[in-house]
Unconditional design. Structure first.
Length: 293
């Protein structure tokens, strides 16, 4: 196997730092770990497609199985090196998908990997035709297309999709009592939901009716939730930006939100600033944040 590739060939990257447990007696990365790095990048690839893997494959009626892997070593990675592992689909057959993986230190290619996957029935592991929806997702991603569609609307329109996502994040994952999660405000809010190309909701949030005080109008944003399997992409930011723009369009002078402290950095990057000190809400540390519009 001889593969030539450059960093700019890839749209999807997974960054990692070489750990002590991954180096051998020569103090370089033990060669099997590169396949583990490729697996991590493959997981990131599905995330970049905005596809929660387990639920997505269930929707597609199959699963993806590795049939063949080829590795070509060009140079060694060492302890504490920061590596960028690129992943891209280079071709698809009737039931097969071939991915190229490049392990880079900066712009220097260290390892080239080729992975042959087969789409198959998970019960019998017999091959099936790659579903048109999956083929379209991959082709769109590799062509630079957008992987989610954002919709805004009322609770009657979007509540059916927003509610299960919020319950999964706030109730199942964070332990918020169900009675606190779904409240009387939903019916009056503007809601935003981001859908992947399989029509699955992956992110949501809401904008409450304008609050008036001190001579200005405020839009309060809340219930921001992103499916844990696809976090770290842009879907939460896309929802947040849409709600901020909706608040601005209706004439609000500022937007506020009650941010979980673990998400404070996310909101800071969207130009929100803390107001006052931290406090607890539903047993979780929060801080109020504000952004002028």
């Amino acid at each position: 196997m001889t593969m030539t590739m450059q960093r700019q060939d890839f749209r999807c990257f997974h960054r990692l730092r070489v750990r002590w447990a991954e180096v051998d007696i020569q103090k370089i990365v033990f060669n099997p770990h590169y396949l583990a790095y490729a697996d991590c990048a493959m997981t990131e690839y599905w995330r970049a497609l905005a596809m929660p893997y387990v639920a997505g494959m269930h929707t597609l009626g199959g699963d993806v199985y590795l049939k063949k892997a080829g590795v070509e070593y060009h140079a060694s990675a060492r302890l504490d090196d920061v590596l960028d592992v690129g992943m891209r689909c280079v071709r698809m057959g009737d039931s097969s998908m071939v991915f190229a993986c490049g392990v880079f230190a900066g712009d220097r290619l260290l390892v080239s990997i080729e992975l042959l996957y087969v789409f198959a029935d998970p019960a019998t592991q017999t091959k099936r035709t790659v579903p048109p929806a999956l083929r379209s997702m991959i082709e769109t991603f590799e062509a630079g297309g957008e992987m989610v569609e954002l919709r805004t609307g009322d609770w009657a329109t979007l509540g059916r999709d927003a509610s299960p996502l919020r319950m999964a994040v706030f109730v199942e994952e964070q332990g918020v009592p169900p009675a606190l999660e779904l409240d009387e405000h939903d019916a009056a809010c503007l809601h935003a939901v981001a859908y992947n190309r399989l029509g699955m909701p992956v992110a949501t949030g809401r904008l409450l009716p304008s609050e008036h005080g001190e001579g200005q109008s405020t839009g309060r944003i809340g219930r921001m939730a992103v499916d844990r399997a696809v976090r770290g992409q842009r879907w939460g930011r896309m929802v947040l930006d849409a709600l901020v723009e909706a608040a601005r369009a209706r004439g609000d002078a500022q937007a506020t939100l009650h941010a979980q402290r673990s998400a404070e950095g996310f909101y800071r990057r969207a130009s929100f600033e803390p107001v006052g000190g931290p406090y607890e809400e539903a047993g979780i540390a929060h801080i109020t944040m504000r952004r002028a519009l």
